[in-house]
Design a protein around this ligand. Sequence first.
Ligand code: B12
Length: 248
Amino acid sequence: MAELTDVQNQTLRDEIEEFLERPEEIERFVELFTRAKPLLQEIAAAIVEGDDDVVDELTARALAEGIEAIEIMDDGLIGGMGIVGIKFRENFVFVPEVLSCARAMRAGMAHIEPILSASGVEKQGTVIMGTVKGDLHDIGKNLCIMMLRGSGFDVIDLGVDVAEDTFIDAVEDSGAKVLGMSALLTTTMPNMGRTIEAFIDADIRDDVLIMVGGAPVTQEFSDDMGADGYGADALSCVAVAKELFAAA
Ligand code: B12
């Protein structure tokens, strides 16, 4: 098992030591950052510090050095955001700081997206994606969209705080066969179920297959509300979309 001293990056070592308390979370981040390449550790540290200029520069450098876009995303960008999430949960940082970190994350994603999208894979169909009503979290949804586009899907991004009717209009207007909903708040998760009910009420539930995701969402919750698929991360979002298209 890796030890905290095995993490090369001083900022990340300090962050783990000062802010992480749960043994399983300490272990997870120590493992992740011990394995992550030094440059990706620097990217994670810059995300934690909310420094978008540094994330911008280092992500470009990592790509220029030949590091895979997915590896930069997982070990650098998502790794750093994971620490931010814990600090936010434990009230060590507040909304303004998290917004800076989210801006830094976007600066990195801006380099990754064109690469994933240009991978030249076979076209797969159209997916509609949106974060449900009342919810402004879009980092995870945007990562899913990047991965979907990179896997050959056309994606209609409805953005955040998307009302039931907007989802319905988008399906009717585009004829898309798959719809993905994201929610990050326990208070907005029920809006996924309400949206599914709105599709039933509009008599078009059979026209579209619906997948759901977001940190608090589980397979059980997805089954209970009558969704057709659930994915825990951006990779499984692509896998679920493929399965749903195969079943459509
Ligand atoms: C960044 C962030 C913010 C930013 C959002 C910026 C943005 N543009 O998104 C800001 C500062 C605006 C914010 C605001 C708030 N937030 Co906030 N936020 C977070 C934080 C730290 C990280 C979320 C994130 O981006 N994670 C990284 C991404 C990569 O992960 P992800 O979103 O889970 O997505 C992955 C998977 O879930 C999956 N996935 C996601 N969507 C989908 C969809 C489909 C179809 C599929 C298949 C898969 C899938 O794939 C993604 C990629 O792997 C979380 C903490 C956490 N641990 O989640 C809190 C958190 C979600 N926020 C929380 C809270 C409370 C709030 C506020 C209410 C705070 C406040 N007092 O104002 C507001 C609510 C605003 C609103 N109405 O939405 C709580 C929610 C608690 C709860 N039980 O509901 C959390 C958990 C923090 C905590 N307290 O622990 N937040």
